[in-house]
Every structure is written in structure tokens, then in C-alpha cells.
Design a binder for this molecule. Structure first.
Ligand SMILES: Nc1nc2c(c(=O)[nH]1)N[C@@H](CN(C=O)c1ccc(C(=O)N[C@@H](CCC(=O)O)C(=O)O)cc1)CN2
Length: 296
């Protein structure tokens, strides 16, 4: 269904401002009053004041009044002063801008396939400049979608060189986000530092349970009644990065590991795409070893 012209124009003008700062009186008022002074309507506003850590988070989607002479550079220049007075870390992005997402895979294709379908149908408004893999298995899938595929085999002897090539591709693509869609190689500390806060991994268990390799086997031997998936930012400590979102599905004694994997894969796809969507919509804030997520 096509949007009406006026709604299309409003969507194209929509901006997203995010900020986090030490908690204090008047922060919401300061930001919303500035938007009012700049002649902007607020489409959506979310905030969280963490009493435990005294940290405040806010996310506002807004659009300029059609009658206002909105100037983005002037808006930024004026907000810098406001933000500094509250010691804010802040961002301003255009809602319409498409994030450039580099996807990393190994042999499993379900998460890649789901992301590519959502990309092709416009469900995820992203660009995918490259797919990187340590195996050749998924090259045909990438070719079908017309996306460059980089097969970079790896072993412990050449891992530094392989990761250097990965990093060059990520930089050459000017990537905004890296997604590990069942990439089954542990990334080095150096790569984790480079990618901190903008590389999402899907782990096929409900973390912190069943970290590491073969979580469905681990779950089977524990007789779980739920299988799940966890989308998290990567960190040096394997599967310990800030959790973005999780999904679950019920199982029982009759499910063998292959059955758990079959049920879990659908959850992995759903959970990973939800995490990607929330990240590119600026809904996720890093907060120590955790995250604050203004879900929609
Ligand atoms: N530094 C990080 N690297 C990776 C993470 C992470 O959180 N931090 N997530 C993994 C994905 N993953 C589970 O979701 C995972 C992948 C691979 C293994 C593993 O042990 N693989 C091999 C060892 C491979 C290697 O040494 O590179 C094995 O099976 O022995 C565990 C978990 C992606 N990378």
C-alpha cells in the first residue's frame, strides 16, 4: 500500500535523536523545548531514568513542521550547546537513511536467508554491501541476490591475516553495522574492540545459558522445556556481550537435538532480525554490560 504524498514527505523528514547523560531534573524538558523552538512535531518519545546507575536515556522521533524553516545544520549547532550543558552523549540520524550492513556467515543459511528476504522485500530498510564467510557454501545465495561474497577461509595459523581482510572489507563498505548470522569463528580481542557496539551476533540459546559451541546439544542433555535464541553485541568474552533481545519456544522430552535445532532456527531468525531492526532504528543503547532498548 503506497503512502499518501503528505505522509511520504513527513516520513522523509523524520529525524531520530538519541541521548544519554547523568540523570537530572529538566532533561526531558530541555530536549522537548528545543524541538518546539525548532518548529518540530514529536512522533514518538521514549525515556528511561536508571535509578540504580543514575543514568538517563532518551529517544525521540520528530519531524519539522512543514511551515518551519528547519535547517539541519543549525539544529545540530544549537543542540550541541544544549547537550553539553547536560553532559549528553547524543546522536541525530535521518529515519530514511539506510544502514549499510555487512553480514558474516559460516555454513548455516537460515539467518542469512531470512535477512536477505527481509532486505529484498523492504521489511528491513538496509543496504548489504558485502557478505563475508569462512566457507564457500552460501556464495550462490549471495549471487542470487546480487551481493558481493567474500570467501575468506580461516584456521588458527592465518586468523590474524583473515581478520585483517575482514576489517578492510568492513571499512571499504563504510559499514554502519556488522551482523554475525551464525558465523562460527571466535573473533579476536582486537576485532571485538574495533566492532564494540556495532556488531550483532545471534547465539542459539537463551544466554547466559549454554554458551559456546553446540548449545542445542547442551540443552538436550539438560532436558530443557524452552529453547531460545539471543541477539547480542559481540565482546571479547564469548557470548557475554550486551543482550539486545531474546526469543523462546517450548519443547519437551520428545525433542532430540535435531528437533530442538529445527524449532530453534525459526526463533534465531526472528530474534536476529528484530535486533537488527531495533539497532538501525536507534532503539538500542549500550549501558555497561547491558542494554536499554526502546522496543516497538
Ligand atoms: N569474540 C567473539 N567472537 C564471536 C562471538 C562472541 O560473542 N565473541 N560469538 C560467536 C558465535 N558463537 C556463538 O554464537 C560461537 C561461534 C564459535 C564458537 C566456537 O567455539 N567455534 C570453534 C572455534 C572457532 C575458533 O576458535 O575461531 C569451535 O567450535 O571450537 C563458539 C561460539 C562468533 N564469534
Amino acid at each position: 500500500m503506497s503512502l499518501s504524498t503528505s505522509v511520504q514527505e513527513q516520513v522523509s523528514d523524520t529525524q531520530i535523536i538519541t541521548a544519554s547523560c547523568p540523570g537530572g531534573l529538566g532533561t526531558v524538558d530541555a530536549v522537548t523545548a528545543y524541538l518546539y523552538q525548532q518548529g518540530c512535531y514529536i512522533n514518538e518519545i521514549n525515556s528511561f531514568d536508571d535509578i540504580d546507575t543514575q543514568r538517563f536515556f532518551i529517544r525521540i522521533e520528530f519531524r519539522p513542521d512543514r511551515q518551519s524553516a528547519f535547517n539541519r545544520e543549525n539544529f545540530i549547532s544549537g543542540f550541541k550547546t544544549k547537550a553539553a550543558s547536560f553532559d549528553m552523549d547524543w546522536t541525530l540520524t535521518r529515519k530514511d537513511d539506510k544502514a549499510k550492513v555487512v553480514i558474516m556467515v559460516s555454513k548455516h543459511d537460515h539467518c542469512l536467508n531470512d535477512l536477505l528476504y527481509r532486505y529484498r522485500t523492504g521489511d528491513l530498510k538496509i543496504e548489504i554491501p558485502a557478505i563475508i564467510s569462512n566457507h564457500p557454501d552460501l556464495e550462490e545465495l549471495a549471487k542470487w541476490h546480487g551481493i558481493p561474497y567474500f570467501h575468506l577461509p580461516v584456521n588458527k595459523d592465518i586468523k590474524p591475516q583473515q581478520e585483517a581482510m575482514i576489517w578492510k572489507i568492513i571499512q571499504d563498505c563504510d559499514a554502519d553495522l556488522v551482523v554475525l548470522a551464525r558465523y562460527m569463528q571466535v573473533l579476536s580481542s582486537e576485532m571485538c574492540q574495533r566492532l564494540a557496539g556495532w556488531a550483532i551476533n545471534i547465539h542459539h540459546s537463551l544466554l547466559p545459558g549454554f554458551k559456546g559451541a553446540k548449545p542445542y546439544y547442551q540443552a538436550y542433555h539438560k532436558g530443557v522445556k524452552l529453547v531460545g535464541a539471543t541477539a547480542h553485541y559481540i565482546s571479547d568474552d564469548l557470548d557475554e556481550g550486551p543482550i539486545i533481545t531474546q526469543g523462546v519456544e517450548t519443547v519437551d522430552h520428545s525433542h532430540y537435538p535435531a528437533d530442538l535445532a529445527a524449532k530453534g532456527q525459526a526463533i534465531e531468525c526472528q530474534t536476529l532480525s528484530r535486533a537488527v531492526r531495533w539497532h538501525i532504528e536507534q532503539r538500542v543503547f549500550l549501558h555497561g554490560e547491558k542494554s536499554v532498548v526502546f522496543a516497538k
